[in-house]
Design a binder for this molecule. Structure first.
Ligand code: PHB
Length: 390
């Protein structure tokens, strides 16, 4: 081959490499894995709508690259989550894994995030230890101990002496049971613990035990979406007239199903990180846009986890110029912003979310039921990890 031809060939090869490299870099793929069928569909829908809303508002381009959201349904089954995550890493070459509607689904994916060095943004699940399962996990939802300890404080200070706890028998339920019981008994309260299966729960036999124990309050944790079924059985057993107060983290009165519960929910006191009634300009705009995007469905705390999760990904990519991997998870550490829920940040040590927890009471306003916030505990860290650090 002549020297000139050789140079031309080499030049062409370099050009092809440069073009395909540029194309590869033009798109940043985000894999969003959620339960979009099965018993936990409501969680998946809320997170997905929140995440899509953020992209719709901010535009798909960040750091000169297009964000491509790939949404996958795991049906709420951990094996499917893991398989899907593997496929997204290997075949789609995603820069970020996101979503994770329930604790077992987030935990099943953690080893893959570690191996592939792909940041995993947990937008829904709430067991405290999740962020410890991989150095690539961060979270924009909440932890049950974070949301629950203020409930125990409030109960102890407001004349409640005897409590029965009733929780879903898996990670977040056990976390909330422990958090409540620990703080409440330290303050001199008396507790009895009951656990109900996560799948197809029948609350009746447990409610009979509660009636027999005659506590001042019943503390409940069920995952988002299950509150309506619990409340139905609560009324059927006449608890609304029993004088036993209903308390818990805010999952049981989640904003999507609360309005359908009727007067039985009135007066329930819960502690949580988000209420659709949160009074801020950011939240008013968020609620209005979410309802518009979802045929009038109210956003709940899962929606805000999805919306903020996309914010964290978007701002993280801005900082890294579109790079994923270790650079991206490092960029996310310490980030702070104003969420529809109030001020939030990512703890640089634990990669978990730091946020306000609000004490709320269910009230009727303009004909609708709301969790109306009446006290704020600012900047709460996950207490389980905070205790380990001390
Ligand atoms: C969880 O599985 O971690 C979970 C699910 C729903 C909730 C809270 C926690 O409302």
């Amino acid at each position: 081959m002549h020297r000139r031809t050789l140079i031309l060939a080499a030049g062409a090869a370099a050009l092809v490499a440069a073009i395909s490299g540029a194309q590869a870099q033009e798109t940043v793929k985000v894999g969003l894995i959620l339960p979009l069928t099965g018993p936990f569909t409501a969680i998946g829908r809320q997170v997905e709508t929140g995440a899509r809303l953020y992209l719709q508002q901010k535009g798909q381009t960040v750091a000169g690259k297009t964000i491509e959201l790939i949404v996958k349904d795991d049906g709420g089954v951990a094996d499917a989550t893991k398989r899907t995550a593997q496929d997204l890493i290997v075949n789609e070459k995603v820069s970020v894994l996101a979503g994770f509607g329930l604790t077992p689904l987030a935990l099943a994916t953690a080893p893959l995030a570690t191996q592939a060095k792909v940041p995993q943004v947990v937008m829904a699940a709430g067991t405290a230890t999740i962020t410890e399962a991989s150095p690539f996990i961060t979270r924009t939802s909440f932890t049950l101990p974070q949301a629950t300890e203020p409930m125990a404080d409030w109960a102890a200070k407001n004349g409640i002496k005897k409590v029965v706890t009733l929780v879903s028998d898996y990670g977040p339920g056990i976390d909330s049971e422990k958090a409540f019981s620990g703080v409440f008994t330290k303050a001199g309260g008396q507790v009895e613990n009951l656990r109900v299966p996560l799948a197809n729960p029948d609350f009746s036999p447990f409610l009979q035990k509660v009636a027999d124990a005659k506590p001042d309050a019943l503390f409940v944790f069920v995952p988002a979406g299950q509150g309506a079924q619990f409340m139905k059985q609560f009324v059927e057993r006449g608890f609304d007239k029993s004088g036993i107060r209903l308390i818990g983290p805010g999952d049981v009165t989640d904003d999507e199903v609360l309005n359908g519960m009727g007067d039985v929910a009135l007066g329930a006191i819960t502690t949580h990180h988000y209420s659709v009634a949160h009074d801020s300009p950011e939240n008013k705009a968020f609620v209005e846009a979410f309802k518009k995007a979802s045929n009038g469905t109210r956003p709940n705390f899962m929606a805000v986890g999805g919306y903020d999760g996309m914010h964290l990904i978007y701002e993280g990519l801005k900082k890294t110029g579109g790079q994923g991997g270790q650079a991206l998870i490092d960029a996310m550490k310490g980030m702070s912003w104003t969420s529809p829920r109030g001020p939030v940040s990512i703890d640089p040590q634990t990669r978990d979310i730091v946020q306000n927890i609000y004490v709320r009471k269910v009230e009727r306003r303009d004909g609708e039921l709301y969790n109306v916030e009446f006290a704020t505990i600012p900047n709460v860290k996950d207490p389980v990890k905070a205790a380990k650090a001390n």
